[in-house]
Design a protein around this ligand. Structure first.
Ligand code: EPZ
Length: 420
């Protein structure tokens, strides 16, 4: 297993180009199962999860033509596609569950593995199943699989989600756009990645409209061919913004619309960062003294992204004074805390709150990654630690950050990947 060696502390300076969004690409790729015509998706990030989704589509019968730079795919579905999404693929990437809505809507049947939990939480899919059932999907759970079918086309209806869920909203939109009649989804998640999914579907002739957290979908018979470029990754951009703030750095972040990380940028300004916005660029300079932010609470969009929680925790370790981070989305998303404590952080956990004593002097150590965003927090901490840190199991990072060591090297980080 590969590991990173990072020789800190490093001063971050230079330019970084943001890749396409993993969490917009996954639902968009799943939705290509709805198409009879060829469909082209551009600006895909070169990360493991996208590879896994492409392999899943291939296993269902899609013909995939990948561009030389691996950022564009042309997808051609066969007349008769398979509808079996195997455990071996779904277990490596939970986002695979997003093919369920597409397969049942298009082929009226599917055998899809339950995704199972992951380290950050149980990750149930009850809201996905309940919504698809309301659209007419019948299912039973057997041997870890969802055996789903529908009698003819799914039928539009009114669905109110009991809790805001990104995946359940996406699965339902995908299924509803070729269902019979009108669907109204209420209490939807409205993350930018979901808007990217609906922009993609509308570019192919779907009829999807938004009004706040309500999504209105008029079912169409078929989708036309389209070429669509995925939005930039706001979590990657936010991570680099934290890196610059953390290390008294000076960074130009390119190919990002600052509106989609407005909330996080306001927090960074509170911590003392100097931020200048240009059309699709963010200039961010870190302060000499990082100010603590008393209360950071993760929330659904437009609140502070849970996928940015661990990065902000590293920043607050270096801030002057005490701060509290509350994780409101996942039940076990403090896996990075133990590792940060090994670097010298003083953090106390009380239920879903982390109380952070600032002014931490991070000292390099050997570290273990646990999940995608916890791993990037360890990279950030290693960048501002004294000495050589070793970060193990960086396959977690490869799931969602494109060529991260190359991008970090280019902005002054002394990092090396040791192939394991
Ligand atoms: C998406 O996960 C993202 N993944 C996550 O990013 C992100 O952290 C999360 O949304 C929240 O923004 C992708 O887009 C591929 P949810 P998802 O359904 O859809 C509970 C990353 O690092 N819930 O909004 O799984 C659930 O357990 C990943 O890129 C149910 O109880 O998130 C959680 O506590 C990590 N039943 C909360 O809702 C359900 O049926 C929010 O989950 C569905 C969800």
């Amino acid at each position: 297993m590969d590991k990173f060696l990072i020789n800190g502390p490093c001063k971050i300076k230079g330019k970084v180009l943001i890749s396409g969004s993993k969490n917009a690409s996954l639902p968009i790729l799943a939705a290509t199962l709805l198409f009879d015509e060829p469909v082209v998706i551009k600006n895909l990030p070169i990360v493991r999860d996208i590879n896994t989704m492409i392999n899943l589509l291939k296993s269902l019968g899609s013909k995939i033509i990948l561009s030389k730079d691996k950022k564009t795919v042309k997808i051609i579905n066969q007349k008769k596609m398979k509808t079996f999404a195997s455990y071996s693929l779904v277990k490596t990437m939970r986002g695979s569950i997003l093919v369920l809505g597409a397969l049942v809507a298009k082929y009226n049947k599917s055998k899809t593995s339950l995704p199972g939990g992951c380290l950050i939480g149980a990750r149930p899919i009850n809201y996905h199943l309940a919504a698809l059932k309301k659209l007419g999907m019948k299912y039973e759970i057997k041997d870890g699989y969802i055996l789903a079918r529908s009698k003819g086309k799914l039928k539009g209806t009114i669905i109110k989600f009991p809790k805001i869920s990104v995946g359940a909203t996406e699965n339902s939109i995908i299924a509803a756009c070729i269902s019979k009649g009108k669907t109204i989804l209420k209490n939807c998640a409205i993350e930018p990645e979901i808007k990217d999914l609906t922009n993609f579907l509308n570019s192919a002739g779907a009829k999807i409209k938004w009004l706040g957290r309500t999504c209105k979908i008029e079912g169409v018979d078929k989708l036309n061919q389209t070429v669509y470029s995925v939005m930039p990754d706001r979590i990657e951009a936010g991570t680099f913004c934290v890196a610059s703030t953390l290390s008294n750095g000076n960074l130009e972040i390119r190919n990002i619309n600052s509106k989609i990380i407005q909330t996080e940028l306001s927090l960074l300004k509170k911590a003392g960062a100097k931020i200048k916005i240009e059309k699709d660029k963010i200039f961010i300079k870190g302060p000499h003294k990082i100010k603590s932010i008393k209360n950071i609470k993760t929330k659904e969009w437009p609140g502070v992204a849970t996928d940015m929680q661990s990065q902000f925790m590293v920043l607050m370790c270096k801030a002057k004074g005490k701060s509290v981070i509350t994780e409101n989305i996942f039940e076990n998303r403090f896996l990075h805390v133990g590792e940060l404590q090994r670097l010298g952080a003083n953090i106390q956990i009380k239920k879903n709150k982390a109380i952070i004593e600032g002014n931490t002097k991070f000292v390099a150590a050997e570290l273990m990654s646990s999940d995608l965003r916890a791993s990037v927090a360890l990279v950030l901490a290693a960048i501002v630690s004294n000495g050589k840190s070793e970060i193990n199991r960086i396959y977690h990072l490869d799931r969602g950050y494109e060529k991260i060591e190359n991008k970090l090297k280019k902005i002054g980080v002394k990092i090396k990947r040791l192939r394991g």
